[in-house]
Design a protein around this ligand. Sequence first.
Ligand SMILES: [Zn+2]
Ligand SMILES: [Zn+2]
Length: 117
Amino acid sequence: MKSDTCFGKMSGEPLSVYFDEEEAQSAAEYSKEIYNNELSPYKCNKCDFWHLSPKSRLTPSEKCQRCTAGDGSYKDTYRTNKEANTRADIIFNEQGINLRIYKCKYSAGWHLTKSHY
Ligand SMILES: [Zn+2]
Ligand SMILES: [Zn+2]
């Protein structure tokens, strides 16, 4: 199924819509098998369904040992300011959420936070 609300930033084409993570995950595996195209599912904040995003655009992150997000889970840590920025851009493009970058107080990494300024 194609989305009528969400479009690829680069292609301008409607994104494929999946109803849950499992469905998105199996589509990602299919794509890898057939096209050798690595995709990762993500939940869309705009339409509340799932889409796939090319893995090459994902930025590697680890969980922080100290900092927690609003929901109590540990925050993702990006290795550099630049990677955190890339991630923030992707989230903004795909989900319309504006994130601010800040340096972790406890490690060498960087975190993202929802800005409310
Ligand atoms: Zn969407
Ligand atoms: Zn931290």
